[in-house]
Design a protein around this ligand. Sequence first.
Ligand code: FES
Ligand code: FES
Length: 160
Amino acid sequence: MDLVVNGASRRIETDPERPLLWVLRNDLDLTGAKFGCGEGQCGACTVLIDGVAHRSCLTPVGSVAGKEITTVEGLADGERLHPVQQSFIDCDAMQCGYCTPGMIMQSVALLRKDAAPSESEIKQQLEGNICRCGTYNRIVAAVQKAGQAMASQAKERSHA
Ligand code: FES
Ligand code: FES
């Protein structure tokens, strides 16, 4: 089956019912998406499929053939981190970091739809992403800061 992961075509041989998470981690060595619950309850495995956040632990790989899959490894532009990644660092929005890739991917999906979400909208969108270290307040601050950075980058591009 042919997958498109972080902009590159990847050919794999596998059972189409296997969860995408295991294909990413074990077949393609993309270990950014994490295994937390395996039941769609924690968000640690979140990736984007055609720009929409999905739980890769519950996504049969056969259902995403030919779709655009983006993992946390595919966000940076060369050496330049994605604004959401940079904001998580700037706001110190992580402790152990286990939830961070999923939080970042869920936040990217949110900010692509709305670069200036309110605090309550951010909390609502990230509700299904669990942080055992309890860094929620700093995560919300990071998402808001990232939204501002993405909006000013978009403005710069429109004036270029
Ligand atoms: S591992 Fe997928 S939601 Fe928890
Ligand atoms: S930073 Fe440890 S689980 Fe979120």
